[in-house]
Design a protein. Structure first.
Length: 103
């Protein structure tokens, strides 16, 4: 009998008629979803890691350009530096790019 009583107590509010002309649930767009703080923490860490990778990439390309300049082959590393700088620009403006795509 208690299982039936518990099931009815959970299902009864779903069968209740809605209030006239309105939405009965929580306000849409208010607050963050559950776990949003943890997700923001993960995004923050990812941002730091990727930014560090960009700095490391610039340092590596700069070092190889310095070594290659002795041999006369620094031009091919300029394109690698261009790609890294483009990646830095994309990473730096990621939130703006996503905002534009979603609107």
């Amino acid at each position: 009998m208690t299982v039936l009583h518990t099931a009815i107590s959970y299902l009864a509010p779903m069968a209740a008629s809605p209030s006239p002309g309105g939405y009965n649930g929580p306000a849409i767009g208010t607050g963050s979803p559950p776990g949003a703080q943890k997700f923001s923490t993960v995004l923050g860490w990812a941002s730091w890691v990727v930014s560090g990778m960009c700095v490391l990439g610039i340092l590596i390309v700069g070092g190889t350009m310095a070594v290659a300049s002795r041999r006369g082959g620094a031009g091919e590393h300029a394109s690698a530096l261009g790609w890294i700088l483009a990646a830095c620009a994309i990473i730096g403006s990621a939130t703006t790019i996503v905002g534009i795509m979603m609107s």
